[in-house]
Design a protein around this ligand. Structure first.
Ligand SMILES: Cc1cc2nc3c(=O)[nH]c(=O)nc-3n(C[C@H](O)[C@H](O)[C@H](O)COP(=O)(O)OP(=O)(O)OC[C@H]3O[C@@H](n4cnc5c(N)ncnc54)[C@H](O)[C@@H]3O)c2cc1C
Length: 389
């Protein structure tokens, strides 16, 4: 039986012929690990020495995966997607921040984005990466339980204030907020703060969503314990498989500890499915965002919604994909009436380089995804040619 996700006409209805050809070119390159490594080194070198490569990157890569440099730049894309029933989540690039001034400016930026998106149905969530609000080494120390000296303590208090400030602003403006998950080395500090925020802001409705990475074999137990030990709120969980697998494995090997990641892809898939079962067994206590490009996972949720009598457009369940990937899932879900958004990264090209490099590396290291994207683009190019002859 043909899956609803093989409909490339609707999937790529917003893409011009040129944009499809650019996608074909891009995913052909990304498929090749050697070219990705070479491209990454050349780009880093060029940016370091201020060689004029920004416009080339912007034209070929940035415009495929990102919405623009400012939130206003993103507006035409947001509107076009919303016409197709696809919402947007604006993700300001923040990965390179290191100083207190940068953390403060990032904090202000997150507040201003919430101000920008409030009362806009087409942008139902805000999002932030916790280590954009404070020094990653502090998150590491807090995660491992090492006590902080007085200076670090003051610094950590500022992190907590910023974290809480973003959630408070979201709550005050009725904007749902997604907290990204990061490496295991910093995750416990993030989880503990996220749970505090849920206990404070999720009493009447689900405002705060923490991310659960199901490639970690300990996460199902983590969710079970959370629900057992806390009552009176709705938990917001963004279920993902996880984006830092190779880094996690390398680190575990260096530290000679058991890797936090499931032993192989099928173990991750099984764990992800168990996570979904857990969510639906507790659907009166959990709101779910599924961040995935995996068709089987999305189909499983669709079928569980139907079995549990959850309406397609119930605000309890959202699907999300990254802009520039898996349009076949996003636009076909939207056509069927499900809640779905694209993460739309934006910001200066230089700041977005770590994000773009991660997309390229993730795509070249994860078997299947790039082939899938490329095949869909090729199918649509072929389909358009056949209707034009
Ligand atoms: C909306 C959205 C939000 C996201 N937010 C976050 C976030 O906050 N934090 C974060 O870490 N990631 C995040 N991600 C990325 C996500 O974790 C995955 O890396 C990405 O979506 C690929 O997984 P998949 O479910 O789409 O598809 P698939 O292609 O089915 O799965 C690929 C994933 O499976 C896992 N995997 C692959 N090979 C193996 C192996 N050999 N052993 C064990 N596991 C394996 C890895 O997690 C890999 O990324 C987000 C993704 C989306 C779409």
């Amino acid at each position: 039986m043909k899956s609803i996700f093989s409909n490339t006409k609707d999937a790529f209805s917003l893409k011009t012929d040129f944009e499809l050809l650019r996608g074909k070119f891009l995913f052909n390159i990304i498929q090749n690990k050697f070219l990705v490594k070479l491209g990454t080194s050349l780009t880093n070198f060029s940016l370091k020495f201020n060689l004029p490569v920004t416009s080339i990157i912007k034209f070929f890569v940035f415009n495929h995966f990102c919405g623009g440099i400012s939130e206003q730049d993103c507006d035409p894309t947001i509107k076009k997607m919303f016409d197709k029933n696809v919402s947007s989540v604006l993700d300001f690039s923040t990965e390179a921040f290191k100083t207190e001034d940068e953390f403060d400016s990032c904090y202000k930026k997150k507040l201003s984005i919430i101000e920008f998106i409030k009362n806009r149905n087409e942008i139902p969530f805000a999002v932030f990466k916790p280590t954009c609000l404070g020094n990653i080494h502090l998150f590491e120390k807090v995660t491992s339980g090492i006590s902080l000296n007085p200076i670090e303590n003051a610094e950590w208090n500022r992190v907590v204030k910023r974290f809480q400030g973003v959630c408070q602003k979201a709550y005050d403006n009725n904007v749902k907020i997604l907290i990204d998950a990061e490496e295991t080395l910093v995750q416990k500090a993030i989880d503990d703060l996220a749970v505090k925020m849920m206990l404070k802001y999720n009493k009447d409705k689900t405002i705060v969503y923490n991310t659960i990475q199901m490639y970690r074999w300990d996460r199902l137990d983590y969710m079970k314990k959370l629900l057992k030990n806390n009552t009176g709120i709705t938990f917001g969980f963004k279920l993902v498989r996880g984006a830092y697998m190779e880094k996690e494995r390398e680190l575990a090997a260096i530290m000679k500890i058991k890797s936090p990641i499931c032993k192989d892809k099928s173990a991750t898939d099984l764990n992800f499915n168990k996570g979904l079962d857990f969510v639906f067994n507790n659907i009166n206590k959990i709101s779910l965002v599924c961040g995935s490009h995996n068709e089987a996972s999305v189909l499983k949720i669709m079928s569980m919604m139907s079995k549990n009598g959850v309406l397609k457009n119930d605000d309890k369940i959202w699907f999300g994909q990254l802009y520039g990937m898996s349009d076949n899932i996003t636009f076909n879900l939207a056509k069927e009436g499900f809640n779905v958004f694209k993460i739309l990264p934006f910001g200066p090209v230089k700041n977005l380089m770590p994000y773009l490099i991660r997309r390229a590396e993730e795509n070249s290291s994860v078997q299947g995804q790039t082939g899938r994207e490329l095949q869909l683009i090729l199918n649509e190019i072929k389909r358009r040619k056949s209707v034009n002859v």
